[in-house]
Design a binder for this molecule. Structure first.
Ligand code: CP3
Length: 349
């Protein structure tokens, strides 16, 4: 029966569309600057150094369990950590800044496809330690990677775009499609090995962050993104870890993303979750999708919205409660706690 599920069973079942007592809950960016204990541990240490510091990374990953009661742990790192492992010089300020933005074939060919267990061994040490900590409490451990297109947006432009237009990668798609394709293929190749190594090190589900996929039309998505995400979906040890696919603002891509072979589609706040449940919920589970800004609203508001979202998502084969994008630094801790408590209070349905 589903009445006595532990958090690991609840998450894995929801991802695979099996019956559960209520939706599991975690939050993207649940470890981060909104937590005073994160800021204290991060003080004076460059972000990438923090990602390499196994002790600190493990501690930071676990902070949201005690601070807000989250029911799954995503390991502390960043989508650019394995890219640094390919030999790309980059720093964080506070987002990724690429020293030599990728515009030429020779730069793509220079991207190393070495074994990530050798280039970024600390990632797998962090995962092994976390799994050992979490297993006795039956809390699931999530791995993650950046999707090729989203990584390419930063690698080609050289940094984030506050206006969210990413004209440089889009220009490259038009002006040198072979180069863009080679870059995306190389990143997909790296991602398969990287995620499988995470699964081997103890990750029980993996999320692919394709934050900027929504910049493309459905036709462009089919041409530029779908083949790579499909290859990743096919290359992963899916029997050992379900595959969650995220895009932040992509209501027009719900159907095509569900064709990728993912187990869970993680949707942004601009996607209507009831409609997504109706359109693709028979084939994939859904994750999401409270607007992170709403965590600043009163506790009753957060509770009401969680009930609404859970009810709207209920027709889907499975639902994982989460935000539509990551927790922002200015979010009140009480708002995050209210979100988790609201999820835990949902009646068995
Ligand atoms: O979710 C988690 O708690 C796990 C860790 C995680 C981080 N980044 C930690 C981080 C994950 C899964 C990411 C994903 C990530 N990183 C994405 C995809 C998801 C998304 O948010 O769209 C992207 C695009 C990045 C690249 C990145 N890293 C940016 C743009 C920034 C700066 C802006 C920001 O939100 O802070 C980062 C830095 C970063 N990554 C921080 C954290 C906790 C803040 C660093 C700090 O302490 O200053």
């Amino acid at each position: 029966m589903s009445a006595s599920l532990d958090p690991t069973q609840r998450l894995l079942r929801a991802c695979r569309g099996e019956p559960v007592d209520r939706p599991p809950v975690w939050l993207m960016r649940q470890a981060g600057r909104y937590l005073p204990e994160y800021r204290a541990l991060r003080a004076g240490i460059p972000f990438l150094a923090m990602c390499r510091d196994v002790e600190r990374a493990v501690e930071v990953s676990l902070q949201p369990v005690s601070a807000v009661g989250t029911e799954a742990v995503i390991f502390f790192s960043d989508i650019f950590v394995p890219v640094a492992g390919m030999g790309v010089a980059l720093e964080f300020a506070p987002g990724p800044v690429i020293a030599d933005p990728i515009r030429r074939t020779a730069q793509v060919e220079a991207l190393a496809l070495a074994d990530p267990r050798e280039t970024v061994p600390y990632v797998f040490e962090i995962l092994r330690r976390l799994r050992a900590e979490l297993e006795p409490r039956r809390l699931p451990l999530l791995g993650f990677a950046g999707a090729p297109f989203t990584l390419a947006c930063y690698l080609v432009r050289g940094k984030g775009d506050p206006e969210r237009r990413y004209e440089e990668p889009r220009a490259l798609m038009r002006d040198d499609p072979a180069l863009m394709r080679a870059l995306l293929e190389r990143l997909a190749e790296m991602t398969i090995g990287y995620l499988n190594a995470q699964i081997e090190a103890g990750a029980q589900a993996v999320q692919l962050f394709d934050t900027w996929a929504g910049l493309l039309s459905e036709t462009e998505y089919r041409e530029w993104i779908l083949p790579g995400v499909r290859r990743i979906a096919e290359g992963l040890r899916r029997d050992q870890a379900p595959f969650i696919l995220f895009a932040s603002d992509a209501p027009h891509l719900v159907e095509v993303m569900a064709e990728s072979g993912c187990d869970v589609l993680s949707i942004g706040a601009s996607t209507d979750i009831a409609e997504a449940a109706r359109r693709v919920g028979g084939r994939v589970s859904l994750q999401g999708n409270l607007d992170p800004a709403e965590l600043a609203r009163p506790r009753e508001h957060v509770f009401a919205r969680v009930r609404e979202i859970a009810a709207a998502a209920a027709p889907a084969r499975g639902h994982v409660l989460n935000l539509g994008h990551g927790v922002t630094p200015e979010t009140p801790v009480e708002g995050v706690r209210a979100f988790v408590e609201a999820a835990k209070s949902l009646a068995p349905g």
